[in-house]
Structures are given as structure tokens and as C-alpha cells.
Ligand binder design. Structure first.
Ligand code: AMP
Length: 446
């Protein structure tokens, strides 16, 4: 299929040609016609597969084909979980809108509220926004959504994870009319909360799933390394940065304070790096992202703030210094490399504290993961073995534990019970500490 087969306006085709795209990607081939036919969509496809154009092109086309429902209200709203991603989507929208009369604005948290109110008063056709700030403007009646034709939720699952369900519901209610179309996109859309939410927001949605979260991303080489502790992680990290040819690198840590500490350490070691976290002022966030996008900054140390959607073509390596708390973020983090057909390396450091998250990722990917090692950096830690259930056998119709029978009177047997997570991390399971055999759990690794 070619872009010319998609019934797109010639101005849009000219921009696509200018961008140098030969043919639509798989998600574009499926999502564009479905969206142009007016369907609500739940669309998932792997990271870096061209999802942004898959919703922007039908959105532009819809505005070109149809008369506005209202002269004042925005016609399309695109919501994203982070400011950085919203900026990126806005950039692509501006390119597509360049040859048209459509006005678009960017409404982000952390920026001047009154200035934004003035911009909204100019009746833009497109609003790209983060949900919290847009909901604030709705509350202040700086915009109305009765005329909204298209609501697009990019990385919808992450917005829910971040606790934006109330704001999304508010936006939904403000734009609750028959003619509205809703599109949801992400690489990971198959969790229960999303489905529940989708059933409220979407009407008879069409589902499109192309090589989504669980499938193997052929362009990303995933490698896992055992580590013993923080110091070991730091040494292995500088080994990789010194010995592996790389262009740009994104390092993910568990917390904001870790980003600062690690970036400082790397700078002391002579690596050009900076920390990006939600704690920074918006102007600092912009400055750091700009210098990373321009390639002046080589290493970005960040949290899951940057795990979603950011399209940075020169990222050769993603390093999970800490494994992610939310399992799906693994897919999104590593998806910052290997974009648009390029190849990339995704290195994960797995220590005792990461073990549970690692097991969850392994379960999510539905594959047995093997570990690599580097000479001179081998870890003692090799994972926490799954506990074997205590064997019980029947003697005279009574269940007794097979190893040693406790001869003490009943009241003297004080069994210590504590909770630990099972290795898949799904449910807490009870383990009787007194009865644990040494081979069941390697205490030195805990
Ligand atoms: P996205 O998943 O939207 O972030 O896009 C990932 C990358 O693919 C971006 O760099 C896009 O510019 C690029 N891209 C989008 N559509 C196409 C296409 N049809 N052919 C080649 N590259 C594309």
C-alpha cells in the first residue's frame, strides 16, 4: 500500500513526501482507513512504528473533509502523559498543518496558565495537551468541548497509571456527544484498567494490534546482566560506556534522586550526561531535552518520565540501571532505541532489588530470559530461586511434614509466618520461615 492509496489530501501527501516516507507503516495502513471511516479505535503497535502519523493524518483529513460543529471550540484534542511527548506530537502536527488554515496550540503543565488562557481564547482547531492542565482550563471555562470532533489519547495506559483517570473523565464528559470520535494508541494497551476505561470512553471501538508489547522487537537487542549491588551497577555501567561504541544513551533509574546522583558520577568520570526528572523546572526540562535532541548531550539519565513515545533517532543504547516498577514500562523504555527500522541495544542490570521486577518482565515477555556476563564483572548474585512447596505426606490419614516431625507439645510450637512475594510478583504467598531449606532461597542474595 502507498500513501496515495489512503485518500489523503494532496497537501498532506506533499508533507509526507517532504518527510521522505515511502510507504505507510503497518499501523498506519490499518489505523488510517479505520479512523477515516469514523470508527473509534484501540490501536497498539510496537514502539517506534509510526503511531503519531497514524492518528495525525486521519485527524487532519477529518477536519479538511467536514464542516466544524462549532466555530469556537477545538475540533481535535490530543492528550499525552508527559510534557515532552506532547511537545513532540505538537512538532509533527505543526509540520502537517503548515500548508493548511488550521491553528494548533500546546497546553502543558508547568507553563503560564494565563498565557495559555489567552491562546485558548484564539479558538484553535487542534489542542495538544497534558490531561491535568487541560482539565484545569476546562474547570476555569477557558474552553468548551461541545464542538469537539476527535479525542485522541496517546499512551492512554500511562495516563491511567499516572492517576489521570479523573481528568480524562472530566474531558470526556465535557465532550460527550454523538458525533465525537475517540482514538486510543499505545504499545501496551491490554491491561484491565484500560479496557474498563475504554468501554466508558469509546463506542464500539475497532481493535488493531500489530506486534504490540509482548512480541519480539527484532530491531532491539535485549541483554541482561546480574549485578550484586549499587557499586557493581556503577562499575558495569562505566564499562559499557567506555567499551561499547555508542551514539546517544538513555539510562533509566528508579527514582528522581538517583538520576541526579548518577549523572553527577558519570560527569566526574568524563561522560557528557545530564539528569532529567519531573522535579526540575519546566525551563530546565526543555533545555535538557533540547540539547539531547540536538545531540549536544550524549547521555540522559532519567526516570519513567522519558519512557514513553520520545522519538530520538540517535539513541543507540537504553540502559535499565534499575528495572522498572511498572512492567509495561520495560517495553516503552527499550523502545527509545531501535526506532523506525534502526537497530539498538537494550541493557538491563538486575540485582537482588530488581529481581521481582525482572521476573514480572520475563512473564510479560512470555519468554525465558538468559543472562550475559562480562569478564571481570561477574556477579555472585544469580537470582532468587523459587521456593519449593513443603512436602507433605499422609500418615494414618493425617497430613504431616515429611522432614522432621516436631515432637514438642503443640502449644510450644510457635511457627513464625511472614509474607514474601512469589517470584512472579503477582500475589503475596505465605512462607514459614522456620521450615525454609537453604536451597530454597539464597539468603546471601537477598
Ligand atoms: P512514532 O512511533 O510515531 O514515534 O514514529 C517513529 C518514527 O518513525 C518517527 O521518527 C517517524 O518520523 C517515523 N515514521 C513515521 N511514519 C513513517 C513511515 N511511513 N515511514 C518511515 N518512517 C516513518
Amino acid at each position: 500500500m502507498q500513501f496515495t492509496d489512503l485518500n489523503l489530501d494532496k497537501r498532506l501527501l506533499a508533507t509526507i513526501e517532504h518527510l521522505g516516507f515511502d510507504k505507510p507503516t503497518d499501523i498506519q495502513q490499518q489505523a488510517i482507513p479505520a479512523a477515516m471511516n469514523g470508527h473509534d479505535l484501540i490501536a497498539s503497535s510496537k514502539t517506534g512504528s509510526g503511531k503519531t502519523l497514524a492518528f495525525l493524518l486521519p485527524a487532519m483529513q477529518r477536519l479538511m473533509n467536514n464542516r466544524a460543529l462549532s466555530k469556537r471550540d477545538p475540533r481535535v484534542i490530543i492528550l499525552t502523559p508527559t510534557r515532552e511527548l506532547a511537545k513532540q506530537v505538537f512538532g509533527q502536527l505543526r509540520l502537517l498543518a503548515a500548508n493548511t488554515q488550521f491553528k494548533s496550540v500546546l497546553i502543558l503543565g508547568g507553563e503560564n496558565f494565563n498565557d495559555q488562557a489567552k491562546t485558548l481564547a484564539k479558538d484553535p482547531h487542534f489542542v495538544v495537551a497534558t490531561p491535568g492542565r487541560l482539565a484545569d482550563h476546562l474547570t476555569h471555562r477557558h474552553l468548551y468541548l461541545q464542538g469537539l470532533e476527535l479525542l485522541i489519547l496517546d499512551e492512554a495506559d500511562r495516563m491511567l497509571d499516572l492517576g489521570f483517570s479523573k481528568q480524562l473523565a472530566q474531558i470526556n464528559t465535557a465532550a460527550d456527544h454523538r458525533k465525537r470520535q475517540t482514538l486510543m494508541f499505545s504499545a501496551t494497551l491490554d491491561h484491565a484498567q484500560v479496557n474498563e476505561f475504554a468501554s466508558e470512553l469509546l463506542s464500539k471501538p475497532k481493535r488493531i494490534a500489530i506486534e504490540h508489547g509482548h512480541s519480539e522487537h527484532q530491531d532491539i537487542n535485549k541483554r541482561f546482566y546480574f549485578v550484586d549491588n549499587l557499586e557493581h551497577k556503577e562499575k558495569l555501567l562505566s564499562y559499557f560506556l567506555t567499551n561499547e561504541a555508542h551514539q546517544q544513551v538513555i539510562i533509566f533509574t528508579a527514582t528522581r534522586s538517583d538520576t541526579e546522583r548518577l549523572a553527577q558520577l558519570l560527569n566526574e568520570q568524563g561522560f557528557n550526561s545530564a539528569a532529567l526528572s519531573g522535579e526540575l523546572m519546566q525551563s530546565q526540562r526543555n533545555q535538557i531535552m533540547d540539547s539531547f535532541t540536538r545531540g549536544q548531550l550524549k547521555i540522559l539519565v532519567t526516570t519513567d518520565l522519558a519512557s514513553r513515545g520520545l522519538d530520538l533517532l540517535n539513541v543507540s543504547h537504553v540502559i535499565n540501571f534499575d528495572m522498572p516498577k511498572h512492567t509495561e514500562e520495560f517495553i516503552h523504555r527499550i523502545g527509545r532505541t531501535g526506532r523506525a527500522g534502526a537497530s539498538g541495544e537494550a541493557i538491563s542490570l538486575v540485582g537482588p532489588k530488581d529481581w521481582l521486577s525482572f521476573k514480572n518482565v520475563e512473564g510479560f515477555l512470555q519468554q525465558k530470559i538468559s543472562f550475559d556476563s562480562v569478564d571481570g564483572f561477574k556477579a555472585k548474585f544469580t537470582g532468587i530461586k523459587k521456593k519449593k512447596p513443603l512436602k507433605a505426606k499422609k500418615v494414618n490419614d493425617k497430613k504431616v511434614h515429611s522432614k522432621k516431625q516436631d515432637k514438642r507439645p503443640k502449644q510450644q510450637i510457635k511457627q513464625k509466618v511472614n509474607f514474601v512475594s512469589d517470584s512472579a510478583g503477582d500475589l503475596p504467598v505465605m512462607r514459614r520461615k522456620a521450615k525454609l531449606a537453604p536451597q530454597d532461597i539464597d539468603e546471601s542474595n537477598e
